[in-house]
Ligand binder design. Structure first.
Ligand code: GDP
Ligand code: IMO
Ligand code: MG
Length: 426
């Protein structure tokens, strides 16, 4: 039995989907524990590209089972669309996908609220999927859970209560009575599709662990989008960090054996907010084009930056991620000089730890170390020792600076472009 958490170490889109899919080979179960369809996890499999938003990437292996845990917020419309997307590609989810009865649901009024905020109030640059407002309702104890959605009377009562409470801003978009009819009609379509998947998934996981099965927890977003430790308020409304896997799935911390942090060889972020090592101009353009740096969920261009060790050290610490998967090495193949930010300076003073003051974070200047690029293709190399010497030096330097071990290197979208250094399986 083994349980490992795979988490993003930056601002999301690190390549978690690819790494989870690669490591799923050794697992029985893959579990999502937070976030919702704000995530977009890309897996390139048998030459085909799949972008998964809600369903764990393990679903692409016919013999793996998947759970959408209680910590995830689910837009039922998006869920049905995703099961259909998979079924259309001959991937059957029935009997392999289970959804926690305690997960909370996203309704159009959550998206209205988010749209209103983004347009009229503080702009965060969210995905506008209604994630934040759904978590607000959950913690405000007015949320509607999957278990409630299944029961006619309970659902109507809770929906009426929410529509009454949120009347003033719903009216900006739609008549509340009209919205109620839309939600009820959708439910009629959706329920027969998803009813059979709903379970007490924490109980299932407990039994599977007791039976010696292996589990991967597939984090969404990343450490710097964590509501507690990220670049607040430009964060998401959940805890993507490894610790979130426990309350988000009902598995106790003692059951987690290992955490693998996924980091790109450089940094990207979508949305607004501070980004100390951001680069612009020709190099950013080249990396964006080479890395296909457009958000998998929103299609927005990603902002580009050098690898930031100050940020990465924070992510290693709060996730307990002493093992790292380093992705997108190939995007740097043609870059002559590669920079790594080893510290920040603020008003002439050295800053070693990631600052949480909004003012300081805006003002810090990155201090760079420059490494010679390898100027050679890395895709397709399957042996660590066959990587160009400068690639190996880059990898060793990151290990040294973060006090972590790089256990997996990814040099392309496909599963084949991966070197699993610490081939211990589970
Ligand atoms: P996630 O949200 O962390 O799963 O990452 P995304 O799927 O949103 O974004 C990562 C993007 O990089 C996707 O388009 C992946 O197919 C791609 N990708 C992942 N690993 C590599 C890699 O090593 N090299 C290249 N070139 N692309 C990669
Ligand atoms: P994956 O799992 C990258 C960002 C949004 C925005 C902020 C808040 O694919 O790595 P939200 O809609 O969550 O309230 O938006 O968080 N964001 C992501 N950025 N990858 C993601 O997921 C993201 N999920 C949310 O762009 O800045
Ligand atoms: Mg993504």
């Amino acid at each position: 039995m083994s349980a490992i958490v795979i988490v993003g170490m930056q601002w999301g889109d690190e390549g978690k989907g690819k790494v989870c899919h690669f490591l799923s080979n050794w697992t029985d179960w893959v579990v999502r524990y937070q976030g919702g369809n704000n995530a977009g996890h890309t897996v390139v499999f048998d030459g085909k590209k799949y972008v998964l938003h809600l369903i764990p990437s393990g679903i692409l292996y016919p013999d793996k089972k998947c759970i959408i845990g209680n910590g995830v917020v689910i837009d039922p419309v998006a869920l049905v669309e995703e099961t259909k997307f998979l079924r259309d590609r001959e991937i059957e989810v029935a009997g392999r996908l289970f959804i926690s009865s305690n997960s909370h649901l996203i309704f159009p009024y959550h998206q209205y609220k988010e749209g209103f905020r983004e347009e009229v109030k503080t702009r965060i640059g969210t995905t506008r999927k209604g994630i934040g407002p759904a978590y607000e309702d959950k913690y405000g104890r007015v949320g509607i859970r999957m278990a409630d959605y299944l029961e006619d009377d309970t659902f109507v009562e809770l929906l009426d209560r929410n529509l009454r409470e949120k009347k003033s801003f719903i009216e900006r978009y739609k008549k509340p009575e009209e919205l109620k009819e839309i939600i009820l009609a959708k439910r009629e379509e959706i329920l027969p599709e998803i009813k059979e998947y709903v379970r007490e998934t924490s109980l299932m996981l407990d039994k599977e662990l007791a039976a010696g099965k292996n589990i991967i927890f597939e984090g969404a977003q990343g450490a710097m989008l964590d509501c507690d430790f990220g670049t607040y308020p430009f964060v998401t409304s959940s805890n993507p960090v490894s610790g979130g896997a426990c309350p988000g799935s009902g598995v106790a911390p003692v059951c987690i054996d290992k955490v693998i942090g996924v980091t790109k060889a450089y940094t990207t972020r979508v949305g607004l907010g501070p980004f100390p090592t951001e680069i612009e101009g020709d190099l950013a353009h080249t990396l964006r084009e080479k890395g296909g740096e457009y958000g998998a969920t929103t299609g927005r261009p990603r902002r580009l930056g050098w690898l930031d060790i100050v940020q990465l050290k924070l992510a290693v610490r709060i996730n307990g991620a002493r093992k790292l998967a380093l992705t997108k090495i190939d995007v740097l193949d043609d870059v002559k000089e590669i920079k790594i930010c080893t510290g920040y300076s603020h008003n002439g003073q050295a800053v070693e730890d990631f600052p949480f003051s909004r003012k300081v974070l805006k003002e810090v200047k990155p201090v760079y170390e420059t490494l010679e690029g390898w100027m050679a293709p890395t895709g397709g190399i399957t042996d660590f020792d066959k990587l160009p010497e400068n690639t190996r030096k880059f990898i060793r330097r990151i290990e040294e600076l973060t006090s972590s071990k790089i256990v997996l290197v990814s040099m392309g979208k496909s599963k084949d472009d991966t070197i699993y250094i610490e081939k211990e399986g589970f």
